[in-house]
Design a protein around this ligand. Structure first.
Ligand code: CP
Length: 312
């Protein structure tokens, strides 16, 4: 199952796509290619991580990422332990670092961490000996989502360089947007951010992307539209007009969809607010890659778990 390229992976942790080189990103994608076939077998398992232990440490709710990491580890024959903040001693005041070091003392090889604080995974990586994989830290990064989005675009178009990709909606609160921006710009895609000024400050232009506040001005030009969830739990009321107004100007509605390129590819990291940022008919329609993203996430996370353990 090892990728046959001469490239040597040296990272014990995966914390952010900002840090990764183009060669490293391409190596993850090609390792994911090698693992994708495993999920099509009747016995969906390889022994690559037999004897290793992964702890899924989630301090925020998750459906896709948590399940995907658990399944990825299980397909690689690792043992998986689920840690949930809600039923742990963090409710008694134990810190993240103390929690992690106590769990590590039981013999853990990989922590997968989702946390509301930006930088939590990087901090943890400096206090434990095992690998740390960032499963989303505040509004900072969600590197495996960025990689699976990249993998899915490359699979659909056969390339990433030269693609015009619109990322639309609540950009300021989005770790998915930031990981996508780093990955896509490194690989030569043109990234256009679209959203209201309150959710998309001009400062994003410093990341080498376009910032547009009029969705209709670009909708007919882009190859990919990645709609983001409106993160109502993080938005202040002053940042957001009304749901109806957001949908009218920034929602992917049926009226707007007819003005898209014929072969436009529609993405969304989930969970979706159906009828707010994206219409159900489009989300479930033939040009939607939303469930393909989820399926590819498994192969990408298998690749990440395999690679970080090779560098231990
Ligand atoms: N895309 C994503 O991170 O979804 P979950 O919050 O369900 O993991």
């Amino acid at each position: 199952m090892a990728n046959k390229s001469a490239f040597r992976w040296k990272r014990k942790h995966l914390l952010a796509l900002e840090d990764l080189t183009v060669d490293e990103i391409m190596h993850v994608l090609s390792q994911a290619d090698a693992f994708k076939e495993v999920s099509t077998r009747s016995v969906k398992k390889v022994p690559a991580l037999r004897g290793k232990v992964l702890v899924n440490c989630f301090f925020e709710d998750s459906t896709r990422t948590r399940t995907s990491f658990a399944l990825a580890a299980s397909r690689l024959s690792a043992d998986v332990v689920d840690f949930s903040e809600k039923t742990s001693s963090t409710s008694k005041g134990e810190t993240l670092i103390d929690t992690a070091r106590n769990i590590e003392a039981m013999g853990v090889d990989i922590f997968v961490l989702r946390h509301p604080a930006a930088g939590a995974a990087e901090t943890l990586s400096r206090h434990v000996k095992c690998s740390v994989v960032n499963a989303g830290d505040g509004a900072h990064e969600h590197p495996t989502q960025g990689l699976l989005d990249l993998y899915t675009m490359r699979e659909r178009f056969g390339k990433v360089a030269g693609l015009k990709v619109a990322i639309v909606g609540d950009i300021v609160n989005s770790r998915v947007a930031r990981s996508n921006i780093w990955a896509l710009t490194k690989l030569g895609a043109e990234v256009i951010l679209v959203g209201p000024p309150t959710l998309l400050p001009k400062t994003f232009e410093k990341l080498g992307v376009k910032v547009i506040h009029d969705f209709d001005s670009v909708i007919g030009q882009v190859d990919v539209i990645n709609m983001l969830r409106v993160q109502f739990e993080r938005i202040k009321s002053s940042q957001f007009p009304t749901v109806r107004e957001f949908t009218r100007f920034f929602g992917l509605t049926a009226e707007r969809f007819v003005r898209c390129k014929k072969d436009v590819f529609i993405m969304h990291p989930g969970p979706m607010n159906r009828g707010i940022e994206i219409s159900s008919a489009i989300a479930d329609g033939p040009q939607s890659g939303i469930l393909t993203q989820v399926a590819n996430g498994l192969a990408v996370r298998m690749a990440v778990l395999y690679l970080v353990t090779q560098a231990q």
